[in-house]
Write a protein that binds this ligand. Structure first.
Ligand SMILES: NC(=O)c1ccc[n+]([C@@H]2O[C@H](COP(=O)([O-])OP(=O)(O)OC[C@H]3O[C@@H](n4cnc5c(N)ncnc54)[C@H](O)[C@@H]3O)[C@@H](O)[C@H]2O)c1
Length: 385
């Protein structure tokens, strides 16, 4: 039995690396005494932070009572006391670092997308399989309370046959001239790995796959609605990446999914992402946290008459799904599952192959947009590695 788990955290000062992975996931797991096993015991975790800026990374380490930090990744990977490598760096640096970590015999856990191209993402999945390395890829949206409630609704048979899913993701990201932007500027430059398709389609892939079925074809229209933005230094730059994507996905089982992703939309919804699922026996609207349902028994009967105001208040006929459990931070829950799989040497489903399918959806989505056509997707399973 493992006595403790050492985790190398690369990118601990980044937006995701710091807030979600370090502060909301790994530090609470450390402070709770480690990873909880089915027999009730805990395996403590130790962290080693890696960053390119010594002043910055040592400050983060000190602030959170972490003794171990370095600016030298190779040195960190050579330390046998640390069995797991986490990567939260910008996407372009990921594949190379994951390869180094695998070569050093580490299990790997990584942010998405796993690589810059599908070819490379698939190669990484193959290499992990050949090396017998356990790997996990962030699939955080599956752990959101709203999507967990949706999964329960699906499993209960509430919807009957699911017909269609429509999703709206997005919010207004300030251009950066008079109000500083709330996202990093590289997000808006293709040459730096930016673009909303590369960012969001890896998420949409696992959300759709896990909840509704395998994606059989993709159509997408993209736009760079805001062509100029201002960066972290207040300098104007040209946005070379798309900032909105309008996607249509047909699933193998016939379900139609349409998803809009945009950084140029002002929110008139309850949450920053919302999905409406319509089925023969009922419908649901779910967001990050809340889920509302309308069973067929509660469905009003609208009649189209533009001459009078609608006599039905449609929102009156929806019921809120109650909170039946306490939902911990999704990133933390996934970390716990992955670490347990490492300690117990059990298979882990959200691996580099799943990550590669996500990268493929982004690549194919961009291709479909460039060519103005629908592209079919073949199944991609363990047998293809
Ligand atoms: N799961 C999610 O919901 C989610 C959300 C946003 C971003 N992400 C992913 O997380 C990753 C990081 O995104 P972010 O928004 O935190 O970006 P960020 O710019 O805030 O952080 C990037 C990190 O990479 C480091 N870095 C940048 N250039 C480097 C270089 N040349 N050498 C060494 N280190 C370097 C930075 O110091 C920082 O620690 C991306 O791959 C992104 O796709 C995931």
């Amino acid at each position: 039995m493992t006595e403790s788990l050492g985790i190398i955290v690369n990118g601990a000062s980044g937006r995701m690396g710091y807030r979600q992975h370090l502060v909301r996931s790994l530090l609470p797991i450390r402070d709770e005494g480690g990873i909880l096993l089915p027999d009730g015991t805990r395996v403590p975790i130790r962290l080693k932070l890696v960053g390119r800026n010594a002043a910055k990374i040592s400050e983060v380490a000190e602030r959170h009572g972490i003794d171990d930090w370095t600016t030298d990744l190779d040195e960190a990977l050579a330390d046998d006391d640390f069995q797991i490598y986490f990567d939260g760096l910008i996407t372009q640096l990921r594949a190379e670092n994951l390869r180094k970590a695998m070569k050093a015999g580490k299990a790997i856990y990584t942010e998405k997308p796993t690589a810059e191209s599908f070819e490379d993402a698939l190669a990484l999945a193959r290499e992990a399989k050949e090396a017998g390395v356990k790997a996990g890829v962030v699939h955080d949206k599956l752990y959101l309370p709203g999507l967990r409630k949706l999964k329960d609704l699906i499993d209960s048979g509430f919807f009957g046959d699911i017909l269609s899913v429509r999703g709206e993701f997005g919010y207004w990201v300030f251009e950066g001239d008079w109000v500083p932007s709330q996202r990093p500027s590289w997000n808006y430059r293709t040459e730096d790995g930016g673009g909303i398709v590369t960012d969001m389609y890896p998420h949409w892939n696992y959300v759709i796959e896990e909840l509704f079925g395998r994606i059989a074809s993709v159509q997408t229209t993209i736009a760079t609605h805001i062509p100029k933005r201002w960066d972290e230094q207040g300098e104007e730059y040209t946005a070379t990446a798309e900032d909105a994507a309008y996607g249509l996905f047909v699933l193998e089982n016939g379900v139609i999914v349409s998803l809009n992703s945009s950084w140029d939309v002002r929110v008139h919804r309850d949450e920053l992402v919302e999905f409406q699922i319509d089925g023969t026996k009922g419908s649901a609207v779910v967001g990050l946290h809340k889920a509302r349902i309308q069973p067929r028994e509660l469905t009003p009967k609208p009649v189209w008459n533009p001459d009078i105001p609608d006599p039905i208040n449609h929102r009156d006929f929806w019921l809120e799904v109650p909170e039946r459990e306490v939902y911990d931070n999704g990133f933390k829950v996934q970390w716990e599952e992955f670490l347990r799989a490492v300690v117990l040497d059990e298979p882990y489903p959200y691996d580099l192959l799943s990550g590669a399918r996500g990268v493929r959806l982004a690549e194919v989505g961009l291709q479909a947009a460039a060519d103005g056509r629908r592209i079919d997707l073949e199944p991609l399973t363990e047998a293809d590695l």
